[in-house]
Write a protein that binds this ligand. Structure first.
Ligand SMILES: *Cc1c(COP(=O)(O)O)cnc(C)c1O
Length: 429
């Protein structure tokens, strides 16, 4: 049996860990079957406990943009670990990484490191509320900003996959301060703002969405949000946990030519270790403790191992910006290959791509928001996922997730993936 040992490990894990996993999407609930247990990984390849090799298209959900076990990152972490793993006191490397991040990303003066994207978004909203003195926020259906209470309202990613976009345990009191809008619908947002005059602290958005598949913002929508926020004294929060240091040196702000007021990071900024961050201009960051009254803290924040991984990663990306172009070209190659295979297959599909983010949806209509993404045929997706898995290609185990390409993928790997799709297509009908 191809996945025998993984299945046994999953059975054992379920005895001690809820659902056998420490993050829901890993459990394969949306696609059926048992998850693959990873033994190790190198470059573009994952190796599971049964000895199977997979070409990896999730890269730990984004962080490993240069591939698994990337030498400069691994070496930096090992060297740091020998000097102690945590102090709860300031270290020089925190400033070094902060300075590098601030030089790479437009429009931010200061940055605060936390341990996850969830913490980054949760703290960014608190800061926005503290700064503006207003309570409500607007978020978009299908966008995911981590699992803090205020975001589990029509949330994307695992929350939609498991049919609990509105999680039990989130109080009515919290839910009433989160207003919902449709992605790519500026009129809808404008009406919400008008109906809640002077009550909205922030609009938070994935500037290129990746948690309902990959969804590209329309130009007039994203620029319109910026104008609306400026006009109404609302802070625009770009959740760049996925897009930051992936779409380019300066992330989505730079690629889209839109300045946000607060930017959140995670994933790539930690190089594969647990790091999140939020950043803004001096005037706003001055409200944050210990400089200002908005409280935010963390025992392991700025952890030396995490900082060393992040620094090694960002240093590579900063000194080789051509990596982003290379990733974009590889993703385009995959898109064209998939298009060629699917075009005359009789299967309804859409491919959305932005930079090194891409997703395939089994639907006829363009996928531009949560509603159109949810129209995708999940039975076809399941067959596609398992078919590709059996061909040695690891894709996100849910139709509501973007793939994340890593630069260790070779053109031969991409062509193998396209050839795998060609073999899987007959099973999809
Ligand atoms: C992954 C993700 C988060 C949450 O980050 P965690 O590190 O999983 O807490 C928040 N926002 C976006 C856009 C993400 O993709």
């Amino acid at each position: 049996m191809r996945y025998q040992r993984s299945s046994a490990l999953f059975t054992e894990a379920k005895n001690y860990i809820p659902g056998g996993v420490n993050s829901p999407v890993r459990a394969f609930k949306a696609v059926g079957g048992d998850p693959i247990f990873v033994k190790q990984a190198k470059g573009a390849y994952l190796y599971d406990e049964d000895g199977n090799r997979f070409i990896d298209y999730i890269a730990s959900w984004g962080p490993l943009i240069l591939g698994h076990a990337y030498e400069p990152v691994i070496n930096a972490v090992i060297e740091k670990a020998r000097k102690g793993t945590s102090f709860g006191m300031p270290t020089e490397i925190e400033t070094t990484l902060a300075k590098l991040a601030v030089t790479m990303v437009p429009n931010i003066d200061k940055i605060r490191f936390v341990n996850s994207g969830t913490e980054a978004c949760m703290s960014a909203v608190r800061l926005a509320r503290g700064y503006t003195g207003k309570d409500k926020i607007i978020k978009f259906k299908g966008c995911y900003h981590g699992h803090a209470d205020s975001f589990l309202i029509a949330a994307g990613s695992g929350a939609i996959t498991f049919g609990s976009p509105n999680s039990p345990g989130v109080t009515q009191g919290t839910a009433k301060d989160t207003l919902l809008a449709e992605y790519n619908d500026l009129d809808g947002v404008t009406s919400l703002v008008e109906a809640n005059e002077d009550q909205i602290a922030a609009i938070i958005i994935e500037p290129v969405a990746g948690n309902m598949g990959c969804i590209i913002p329309k130009e007039e929508f994203i620029h319109g949000l910026r104008s609306l926020c400026s006009k109404e004294g609302i802070l625009l929060i770009f959740d760049e946990v996925m897009t930051g240091f992936r779409l380019g040196r300066g992330g989505a702000q730079e690629e889209l030519g839109v300045d946000a007021d607060i930017v959140t990071f995670g994933k790539v900024i930690g190089g594969g270790l647990p790091v999140g961050a939020f950043a803004s201009r001096n005037e706003i960051m001055a409200k944050l403790a210990p400089e200002g009254p908005v409280y935010q803290a963390g025992t392991l924040s700025g952890n030396p191992l995490a900082m060393s991984a992040g620094l090694a990663m960002l240093t590579e990306l900063d000194s080789h910006p051509e990596i982003f172009e290379s990733l974009d070209e590889k993703t385009e190659h995959l898109k064209e290959g998939f298009d060629n295979v699917l075009r005359n297959s009789g299967i309804d599909y859409q491919i959305n791509k932005y930079g090194s983010m891409i997703s395939l949806h089994f639907t006829k209509e363009p996928v531009i928001d949560f509603a159109s993404s949810a129209k995708g045929n999940n039975d076809t997706f399941k067959k596609y996922f398992h078919g590709m898995l059996d061909q040695g290609v690891y894709l996100p185990p849910s139709a509501f997730e973007s793939y994340f390409l890593n630069d260790a993928l070779s053109y031969a790997d991409l062509d193998d993936t396209i050839a795998a799709l060609e073999r899987v297509v007959p099973q999809l009908k």
